[in-house]
Design a binder for this molecule. Structure first.
Ligand code: GDP
Length: 398
């Protein structure tokens, strides 16, 4: 074999190529070792890209050897940002009313519509001065519309006219105030209690007038006074009257005596007296049904209840008649029927907060001679007021 300069040149070339390969391999190895990443520092590693940038050199091919990238999440599938609730969740409202006594509101405010209608209309007429025949008719109409009743209205108008001859018109309101107070009189309006032993309050009235509610309010009031109260659910006619009574009893700490619906009311009253005596209760309040359309039955039912109570514990200490002020003059007719059936000793006038006819108080006193002892001015436990004539008249005519 012959060796010439051509061969030497060939060897040199081969050596150079080998050296070139080695040098290239070293560079490639260095680049694989992490020098690539800095070439794209701005790319967040966790954000997968759909395609490598077109400018990526072939040398970066090893990136493709990395584990397969997850498919980019669709925009809509992005998990929603969890925000804290904008408002606190609505608190669950307790079904039972609050037990603590509410701050008392003045009677003027609680009389609501009764006051605004009656007083303001009269003030408008009296302010005109020099009252004409027509003005007097207006005054009469206001009184009648407010359910003062014909008897009391006639008396009031006659008195006002006589006084108006020598009294200034602006003093007529005072004359009216004095007149109303005189009609209401100074009867004893406190609820009576037995001198010794058990006090029994028998509560009567047409259904829907507010008997059960009034009993509940009374139980609450007396319970707060520290008295041991028993309620006899002798309204066995109206469905759920006993459960209504039980709800009130829960609030007042009273106990309820009841029987199955439709039971003899006198039997429930009897049980009530027995339970009250056995437990040394201070007060027994007896609820009754009031079906006025069966007046004969009503009379018999009430007389029987009365008889049973009387036989077991003496006459009821109070027989309260509950009248709904919104029924107006109809209430007077109801009161007459009940007075015949049971010796009513006092009236509770309910719903005075929702009527423009507060004058019914005057009519009850004038035509029946039974003192209004309590007034209901709302559905809440505190919405029962002792009837105070002066405060009432002031509230009525302002
Ligand atoms: P009862 O059938 O005679 O026992 O009558 P309830 O006690 O069931 O009362 C009938 C309705 O009158 C109920 O919705 C009571 O909340 C409501 N009520 C009772 N007293 C008053 C009151 O003084 N004012 C108002 N606004 N509502 C009352």
């Amino acid at each position: 074999m012959q060796e010439g300069p051509g061969f030497v040149l060939l060897y040199v070339l081969i050596v150079l190529v080998v050296i070139g390969f080695i040098a290239g391999g070293v560079i490639l190895t260095r680049r694989r070792g992490g020098v690539v990443a800095p070439e794209h520092p701005e790319a967040p590693p966790e954000e997968p890209r759909e395609e490598p940038p077109p400018s990526r050199p072939e040398a970066e091919a090893p990136v493709a050897e990395a584990p397969p990238r997850p498919a980019p999440p669709p925009v809509v599938a992005a998990p929603p940002v969890e925000r804290p609730p904008a408002e606190p969740p609505t608190p669950v409202v307790e079904a039972l009313p609050v037990e603590a006594p509410a701050a008392p509101r003045p009677l003027r405010e609680r009389l609501g519509r009764a006051r605004s209608s009656f007083g303001q209309a009269l003030v408008r007429v009296f302010k005109r001065g020099g009252l004409t025949e027509e003005d007097w008719e207006d005054v009469e109409a206001v009184l009648l519309q407010a359910d003062v009743g014909v008897v009391a209205t006639t008396r009031i108008i006659a008195d006002l006219r006589a006084r108006s001859r020598d009294a200034a018109p602006e003093t007529l309101l005072d004359v009216l105030r004095a007149e109303l107070l005189q009609i209401l009189g100074d009867a004893d309006r406190s609820l009576r209690n037995a001198d010794a032993g058990l006090t029994i309050w028998l509560v009567t009235g047409v259904n829907g007038t507010g008997k059960t509610t009034t009993i509940g309010k009374l139980a609450l009031r007396e319970g707060r006074e520290g008295r041991k109260v028993i309620l006899a659910a002798a309204d066995t006619f109206r469905a759920a009257a006993d459960t209504q009574l039980e709800r009130w009893a829960e609030r007042s700490g009273a106990e309820v005596v009841k029987q199955a619906p439709g039971a003899d009311p006198a039997a429930v009253a009897f049980d009530g007296v027995k339970a009250a005596s056995a437990r040394s209760a201070d007060l027994l309040i007896v609820d009754t049904a009031g079906r006025l359309h069966t007046k004969k039955n009503l009379m018999e039912e009430l007389s029987k209840i009365r008889r049973v109570i009387e036989r077991e514990a003496g006459p009821p200490t109070e027989v309260l008649l509950v009248l709904d002020a919104t029924t107006g003059q109809n209430g007077i007719a109801q009161a007459r029927a009940f007075t015949e059936a049971a010796d009513v000793t006092g009236v509770v006038l309910t719903k005075l907060d929702g009527t423009a006819k507060g004058g019914i108080v005057i009519a009850v006193q004038q035509e029946l001679g039974i003192p209004v002892k309590l007034v209901g001015v709302g559905e809440g436990g505190e919405d029962l007021e002792p009837f105070d004539p002066a405060a009432f008249v002031d509230a009525l005519i302002g």
